[in-house]
Design a protein around this ligand. Structure first.
Ligand code: SF4
Ligand code: SF4
Length: 109
């Protein structure tokens, strides 16, 4: 499906996704991180923190986990986590699930 600009509204699928956590009370809004982020995943807040600075908000849907923002932050207030959405999920279903269900519902007629 396409929007009116002709671009797909769906974000491109990535092998590695990132998740950014920002200690907003320590951020001074210098915006070095927003400049360093090639994905435009970071932006300034409309409100201020306890120091009186606008702080950084992350759009984790756009984050690739490149860590640029954390490297340039002079106050080291950014932590980046990486996730692998395509990693094979682990099967946690008990092997005797059929027997367990059978014992719950009783013998079939
Ligand atoms: S890890 Fe990379 S993509 Fe994610 S917010 Fe930081 S600079 Fe942007
Ligand atoms: S570089 Fe660090 S201190 Fe500066 S705006 Fe980004 S998170 Fe805040």
């Amino acid at each position: 499906m396409e929007d009116i600009s002709g671009k797909s509204p769906l974000p491109k699928e990535r092998k590695v996704k990132g998740r950014v956590e920002i200690d907003i009370q320590k951020c001074k809004g210098c915006e070095l991180c927003t400049t360093a982020c090639k994905e435009n995943a970071l932006s300034l807040s409309d409100t201020i923190n306890i120091k009186g600075y606008r702080y950084i908000i992350a759009n984790n849907d756009a984050c690739t986990g490149c860590v640029n923002c954390a490297l340039v932050c002079p106050d080291a207030v950014i932590t980046v986590y990486r996730t692998h959405p395509k990693k094979k999920p682990v099967d946690i279903t008990p092997t005797d699930i059929k027997e367990q269900l059978q014992s719950m519902i009783g013998p079939s007629k």
